[in-house]
Write a new protein. Structure first.
Lengths: 253, 323
């Protein structure tokens, strides 16, 4: 546990020492802000954070791999991975520490964006249920996307490869319904079970996508289902485990 | 402290190290010598637990590097060939972090850090970003992280590579001093360095250990011939070489190819030659006598000690001939 926190604290400090944290936070706030405004500025608009959520889960497809791309790729490039792996650390401690750092950064951004909620309470009368479930869903969704990004970062010493592979996997999981809609029976259902978040109907300003398909839909509606929670936790766990395996495999080369 | 028994390491189908066995005793400084790609780094990576051996057994302080990897890593300080540094951290932050991931607690780091900084003379750069340091100071920072947690065993891969000559001297002194407290395995392809620091040399080539000895004994054992540099006035090269070859104790004679063509033509009268003679046969006397009998002027006759470079070349070319 001590090693995990040592690594997490170091990585969080590195985030704030580089422009990365500030640039990504600014972009996150701008994009979620745009979607939030678009969803509540009509007359008789619903006082909900659904537009904000749509923007957030859409942007995280790129933001999460951007936050994690440095974490392992750079250690390989600088040769510091050799130091980490010859220190009395276990691979999972390295991976968890880095994941926690990226997760903490994302939580900070989500907390910064909560003034949207304040705006809703000042000018309207939002339903508290969907608001809390939406934020819970967003947090779990963030964890899953960061785990995918961290895995992508472990694959090479090139950060850009990490970013492209990470966003690629997340995009594929997001637009899975493009494929499943053209299939029928079991194949379609199995594929649908892997749908990550909203499809690209996020650009549909009437429904904001999140209500349509994927494991995020129920969270946005105010329903917390065990299936959805299990799905996000599984994605997180599987990709963190894969990252640990990639690091362990490095020893056996 | 370090015991390697019949260790082999393959990268895919390519063998990097083949059936290597040796032992480094407690307190010993052992130089690990070989050309690039000979298997030095691979052997060190196996000892540090970074990569497991394909075959054989490697133990450090009695712990197996595969089954008790964490124990081994706790006892080792390692400086890899490319000094691994976080460029966006200050020297102090970097060293503190390295100490922590080696399992040192905060008070131990606080007590130990100033001593180590002092030892590697990094005092004025404590709060400088590592990325702004010159190559030599980065190397010191690398050495500092390797010794910070007071490891029993120090493994250093090419510790003086790529730094300027003055800093090389300082770094060597530092390493020699460290050798008083640590068991050390140090690799290099610069031979005088190894003979200056180490009391024992292992020569590795093409993945195999080809020699294991004290630096001095190594040159003595391998000296098949006494090498003599001779300059004479008034002799033509073929004439001189033929007369030398007539002497019973001379193995071979040739023009000194180390002197360039320009130099040779300028110094025609003193054309230098190299003569290889059988050792302990009073060759010098016979050569001098022959030169004088021929009526040439003897201006220089110097026995040349074999340098480690030559020994090294000899060892590694012999190996090639065997194959």
């Amino acid at each position: 546990m001590r090693f995990i926190s040592v690594i997490a604290i170091k990585e969080i400090r590195t985030y704030f020492a580089s422009p990365m944290a500030y640039v990504v936070s600014a972009a996150f706030l701008a994009i979620t802000g745009f979607f939030f405004v678009a969803s509540v500025s009509d007359a008789f608009a619903e006082a909900s954070i659904r537009g904000y959520l749509a923007g957030a889960i859409f942007f995280m497809i790129f933001m999460s791999p951007a936050l994690t791309m440095r974490l392992i790729a750079e250690e390989q490039k600088l040769g510091t991975l050799e130091l980490l792996l010859t220190s009395p650390l276990r691979e999972f401690e390295i991976v968890f520490g880095k994941f926690i750092a990226a997760f903490a950064m994302t939580l900070i951004m989500i907390i910064l964006s909560l003034y949207f909620v304040l705006v809703l309470f000042v000018y309207g009368d939002p339903d508290i249920g969907p608001l809390l479930s939406g934020l819970l869903g967003l947090t779990m969704y963030a964890g899953a996307t960061l785990a995918v990004g961290l895995f992508a970062s472990s694959l090479s010493s090139n950060q850009i490869v990490g970013l492209v592979v990470g966003s690629g996997i997340l995009t594929a999981l997001t637009i899975i319904d493009f494929v499943s809609a053209r299939l029928s029976g079991m194949a379609s259902e199995v594929l649908n079970a892997f749908q990550l978040g909203a499809s690209f109907s996020v650009f549909d300003l009437d429904s904001f996508g999140v209500a349509e398909g994927g494991h995020f839909a129920d969270f946005a509606r105010g329903i917390v289902s065990v299936t959805d929670i299990a799905y996000y936790i599984s994605i997180t766990a599987v990709f963190l485990l894969l990252t640990v395996l990639v690091l362990e495999a490095r020893r056996w080369r | 402290m370090i015991k390697i028994e019949h260790m082999s390491k393959n990268y895919g189908p390519y063998p990097a190290v083949i059936d290597v066995s040796f032992e480094v005793l407690k307190g010993e400084i052992v130089g690990f010598l070989g050309p690039n790609g000979a298997g030095k780094t691979t052997t060190m990576r196996v000892v540090t637990g970074f990569t497991p051996p394909t075959e054989g057994e490697v133990t450090v302080g009695g712990y197996d590097v595969v089954s008790h990897s964490l124990e081994v890593r706790r006892h080792i300080g390692y400086l890899p060939e490319t000094v691994p540094l976080y460029l966006d951290m200050t020297v102090n932050d970097y060293l503190t972090y390295m100490g922590e991931i080696r399992g040192m607690n905060a008070s131990w780091v606080q007590e130990r850090l100033p001593k180590v900084i002092d030892m590697v003379k990094l005092g004025e750069y404590q709060n400088t970003l590592v990325g702004r340091l010159s190559k030599g100071y980065r190397q010191r920072t690398g050495i500092a992280q390797a010794i910070l947690h007071e490891p029993d065993v120090l493994i250093m891969d090419e510790p003086t590579i790529g730094i300027d000559p003055i800093q090389v001297v300082e770094t060597r002194e530092l390493i020699s001093n460290l050798g008083e407290e640590h068991t050390m395995l140090l690799s290099s392809h610069i031979l005088p360095e190894v003979s200056a620091i180490c009391k024992r040399v292992l020569v590795i080539n093409d993945g195999r250990i080809v020699a294991d000895d004290k630096p001095d004994d190594l040159s003595e054992k391998l000296q098949h011939a006494e090498r003599i540099e001779i300059s004479v006035r008034g002799a033509q090269a073929p004439e001189f070489i033929n007369s030398m070859r007539e002497i019973s104790s001379v193995i071979d004679a040739r023009s000194d190819l180390r002197t360039s063509v320009v130099q040779r033509s300028e110094r025609e009268d003193f054309s230098p030659f190299i003569v290889d003679a059988k050792p302990n046969a009073q060759a010098s006397e016979q050569i001098a006598k022959s030169i004088i009998e021929n009526g040439w002027g003897l201006t220089n006759l110097t026995p040349l000690p074999m340098t480690l470079e030559e020994i090294f070349l000899e060892l590694t070319t012999e190996e090639n001939l065997d194959e």
